[in-house]
Structure formats: C-alpha cells, structure tokens
Design a protein around this ligand. Structure first.
Ligand SMILES: Nc1nc2c(ncn2[C@@H]2O[C@H](COP(=O)(O)OP(=O)(O)OP(=O)(O)O)[C@@H](O)[C@H]2O)c(=O)[nH]1
Ligand SMILES: [Zn+2]
Length: 211
C-alpha cells in the first residue's frame, strides 16, 4: 500500500512541489547499529529514494541529519576522486554514536546530472577542467540538485528541526527555504588524498563549501 506525500509548506509556496510515494520500511542492520530503511518513489521521474533512521526521530527534538546525494563511484566503488564514501560512513557512524538521527539518500547522482554525465565530466577533468568548468562545458549548471525532494520524506517521518551534517551552506539555506529549522550545522570530516585535492579546492573556492 503506497501513500501519496505531496505538499508544499507556506515558506516554500513559490517552489513547485515534489511528489513522493512512501512504499515500505524495514530493519537495516549495519556495522554500527540496527537502522530502519524507508523507501519512497518519485512518480515524476521513476527514481527511488531512501531514508535511513535510528531511534525516535518523530519526538520533536532536533534530529541529527545527513542529506546525502548519490555518488556510485564514491559510495560504492571506493573512488578517491571525491569524499562521498567517507562522509556517508562518518554520518552513519555519528548517528549510531548518538543513538538517534536520519540520513536521506537522494538519487541525485553527480550533483543531479546522472552517472554517465558525471563520468563525462570526469573525462573533462582528466583533461584539465575543474568540477564546475566540466559541468558547464556539458551544458549543466555547476549544481543541479533539488533539495525539495527531502520534504515529503521529512514530513512522513515527522521531522521539522535538524542538526545538519554538512559543509555546504547552500543545503542549509535550501532546508530553511522549505520551512525547516536548522538549529546547528555539524561539520563533516574531510578526507584528503592526492586525487581529491583539486575537487576539494573547487568546492571551497567556487561552490562555497566550508572546510
Ligand atoms: N557533476 C559532478 N558531480 C560530482 C563530482 N564529484 C562529486 N560529484 C557529486 O557530488 C555529490 C556530492 O556533493 P558534494 O558537492 O561533494 O557535497 P555536498 O553534498 O554539496 O556537501 P556536503 O554536505 O558537505 O557533503 C554527489 O552526487 C556526487 O556524485 C564532479 O566532479 N562532478
Ligand atoms: Zn562522490
């Protein structure tokens, strides 16, 4: 049985709604704790998104949260070109340490351009472009993500106040524009290696990330 979860709060009335359907939840044991996994579908795109929770996130207290954008290469294939894998792991570990929190895994691969286009962008980066120049050369904005996706999931889980694990101030602004309260920014660990130095420098220099 699916439940339709379309809504736009007053603060985000100017933005078009994103409709998600809640489908099912299950236990998800991980090395750090036994989480719960909640599945949603996005009828407009056919994409499947998930939220991972631990503890009672619906009790009104601010929730330690991570909004994580899909990165197949970093999250699953151990790529050292970015810091996504270690950030995903660190966020889940921190939620487990606190015994309560939520991670939203959004299928917005490659900052919203998709896996194949991200690999095209990486090819341009191999030839000298930075991450922003590569996206633009392919006809995309530097960051095409839409955080409105989170709203139906947050509402389904009854979360309205966040302690957000991020180094990206635009994520905080996006959440506030959706009518959510961000009571704290919790910085995330950055893992430097010889392959991601330029990626991290571009994030700090052109995309406004706080390191
Ligand atoms: N287009 C493109 N996407 C990338 C590149 N490197 C990583 N990504 C994607 O960027 C997304 C992660 O975003 P980041 O900009 O690294 O970090 P963030 O989510 O904005 O900020 P944090 O909350 O601090 O992690 C994932 O969807 C990755 O697949 C790249 O070179 N080009
Ligand atoms: Zn990545």
């Amino acid at each position: 049985m699916t439940t339709s979860l379309t809504s736009v709060p007053a603060a985000a009335a100017v933005l078009p709604a994103v409709e998600l359907d809640y489908v099912a939840s299950c236990e998800l044991p991980m090395p750090w704790a036994k989480f719960r996994l909640h599945a949603f579908t996005e009828p407009a795109t056919g994409k499947e998104h998930v939220a991972i929770t631990l503890g009672d996130v619906a009790n009104g207290e601010p929730v330690l949260a991570r909004i994580h954008s899909e990165c197949l290469t970093g999250d699953a294939l151990f790529s050292l070109r970015c810091d996504c894998g270690p950030q995903l792991e660190a966020a889940l570990q921190k939620i487990a340490e606190e015994g309560r929190g939520a991670l939203f895994y959004l299928r917005q691969e490659g900052r919203g351009i998709g896996l194949v286009n991200k690999i095209r962008a990486y090819q341009l980066q191999d030839a000298g472009a930075d991450t922003v120049e590569a996206n633009e050369a392919l006809g995309f904005k530097p960051d095409q993500r839409n955080y409105r996706l989170c709203l139906p999931m947050l509402q389904h889980l009854k979360i309205s106040s966040l302690r957000l694990m991020t180094n990206n101030p635009r994520k905080i602004t996006a959440m506030e524009q959706l009518g959510l309260k961000v009571v704290e920014r919790v910085p995330l660990v950055i893992t430097h290696n010889p392959f991601n130095e330029r990626y991290l420098a571009t994030k700090a220099g052109k995309l406004g990330h706080l390191f």
